[in-house]
Design a protein around this ligand. Structure first.
Ligand code: FES
Length: 519
């Protein structure tokens, strides 16, 4: 890794420069500076900056195995590791490098406290299902601790309590009671250590937090991982990739968003959201980890000398105004006036209608395919739940949590989601054909992007700070919706199912499997 000069923005308005040993850089003076890497524009999280990953080979030729796992994020690696422990030959196919998708963007809280959910699940799902959901996640927290301890993994894992704060005291009391009914030793606390206005918080004890990429690198040490190996097609037991093929008895889709549209139709059953994180250097050292209740929530956790502040979530493709990092920066300036922002990054999450991930058989028609997706904002515990559940399903071991996560479940809560998704898709598709005359590329300000009229017709245009125009097709290759410009991240985002592309058209996030054309 090559060290570069590091700039930090002091929230009191004073800028300073420091030499740091991390590669890449961040924000000065709170502009979103991105770095192009492997043809993609991206920001780097604190995890990417503070760990090194070994480069692994690509697949060559055609091979056979018991299980092929698509996706080398935390879900894929954990699942493969558990399967190998059970004596099942497993290979992992990763399009980029391990942890290179959403795992590097997490806040890496390991907790069964998924926001304010216990009372809601009790009322909507009943006690048995709600208890199963909570207990599956409690076991996941314990399993992380066990693996780290028994494998001797150095990943900065720390035990800590988890809190959800709210201004509604009655709601907090009900949530505490519900959590206790579901078997959690939860308690209501009136005072918490973060400077937010609230009536208190619900506390779950004995949760944890860690460095996800250090953990992943250690766990993948003895696994068969092929990097830079993009899966292009899955048929029956055959997985085709950009550099060879794998024949497997079982296939697991663990690459964030399952990209095979039919069967399964996951694109209609989930939507994607983006959220933003800044890392602050402060004098504060939080002992617990926190999240607020409701839409305008903020998330807090400590890692080493950094306080990670997250929030500003929105549906992918619906960010017309930008300002998410600026808003987080303002919040940080009020709460921690002496702090310095030292990193910023964003994450993408798959959201299911009933708030429960899809883990299990991909569809009734493909009984040898499995899927793990829809983790909401709780990727770490959900990844471990997936790994343990899929291992048991593939080994033929009964698992009490199979039903609650089964993708084949149908919940009435899905109907509005499907209707809303369909509405977005229709709107996204028709926009392509009914476009009112807009601005021209010449009218664009430097550093801005927009859909514009060009000599070649309607196109997405970004004008660089140097005045160079970057022009791309704005038709999403997934199912044809029109892309929207995301001014915060300088990307083209799809409002239908959440695919994303950089300003040059390279694919960042699926379900699309290819980039958009440029010229
Ligand atoms: Fe489905 Fe764009 S992600 S149409």
């Amino acid at each position: 890794m090559q060290a570069e000069r590091f700039f930090a923005f002091n929230l009191t308005g004073e800028h300073k420069k420091e030499d740091m040993e991390f590669c890449c850089i961040i924000c000065f003076p709170w502009e979103i500076l991105t770095l192009k890497e492997h043809g993609r524009w991206k920001m780097d999280s604190i995890w990417s900056k503070t760990s090194k990953q070994k480069k692994r080979p690509s697949l060559e030729g055609d091979i056979q195995t018991d299980v092929a796992v698509i996706g080398g994020g935390i879900t894929g690696i954990l699942t493969a590791w558990h399967l190998e422990q059970a004596g099942i030959r497993t290979v992992i196919l990763e399009a980029d490098q391990i942890g290179g998708g959403q795992t590097k963007n997490t806040t890496a809280k390991i907790t069964s406290q998924h926001g304010m959910f216990c009372n809601r699940f009790l009322e909507k799902k009943g006690e048995e299902k709600a208890r199963n959901y909570v207990q599956a996640n409690q076991e996941a927290v314990k399993e992380y601790k066990r693996i780290v301890r028994e494998e001797g993994i150095d990943c900065d894992l720390t035990g800590c309590d988890s809190y959800v704060y709210s201004s509604d005291k009655e709601k907090l009391r009900k949530e505490t009671e519900a959590a206790r009914k579901l078997g959690i030793n939860a308690s209501f606390v009136e005072h918490i250590e973060i400077p937010v206005s609230c009536a208190g918080a619900v506390m779950f004890p004995h949760q944890a937090a860690f460095h996800p990429l250090k953990f992943l690198e250690a766990l993948a040490r003895n696994l068969t991982v092929y990097e830079d190996t993009l899966v292009t097609e899955v048929r029956g037991h055959q997985v085709k990739t950009s550099c060879g093929s794998v024949r497997a008895d079982k296939i697991i889709f663990a690459a964030h968003f399952p990209f095979v549209n039919f069967p399964g139709m996951y694109f209609a059953r989930m939507h994607q959201e983006r959220s933003y994180v800044i890392a602050l250097e402060t004098e504060e050292k939080l002992k617990g980890m926190y999240i607020g209740e409701g839409k305008e929530t903020l998330s807090f956790r400590q890692y080493d000398k950094y306080l990670l502040l997250g929030g500003q979530a929105h549906r992918t493709g619906e960010n017309r105004t930008g300002g998410q990092y600026e808003n987080l920066k303002k919040a940080a300036a009020e709460m921690y006036p002496q702090s310095q922002v030292t990193a910023c990054w964003s994450a993408q999450d798959c959201i299911t209608a009933d708030g429960i991930p899809f883990i299990g058989r991909y569809s009734e028609e493909r009984t040898d395919w499995y899927v793990a997706t829809g983790f909401q904002k709780w990727g770490m515990s959900s990844a471990m739940v997936s790994a343990m559940l899929l291992r048991d399903m593939i080994c033929g071991i009964s698992n009490p949590y199979e039903d609650i996560f089964a993708p084949s479940r149908f919940s009435a809560e899905e109907i509005p989601q499907i209707m809303k998704g369909s509405g977005k898709a229709v709107k996204g598709l028709t926009k392509r054909f009914f476009h009112l005359p807009g601005g021209t590329a010449d009218e664009l300000l430097r550093g801005h992007g927009a859909v514009a009229d060009t000599p070649q017709g309607k196109a997405g245009v970004y004008k660089t700070e140097e005045g160079k125009l970057c022009q791309v097709d704005i038709v999403c290759p997934h199912m044809g919706c029109e892309l929207n410009w995301n001014p915060e991240e300088l990307t083209w985002d799809c409002p239908c199912h959440g695919s994303r592309f950089d300003r040059e058209g390279n694919l960042i996030d699926g379900p699309a499997q290819e980039g958009i054309s440029h010229g």
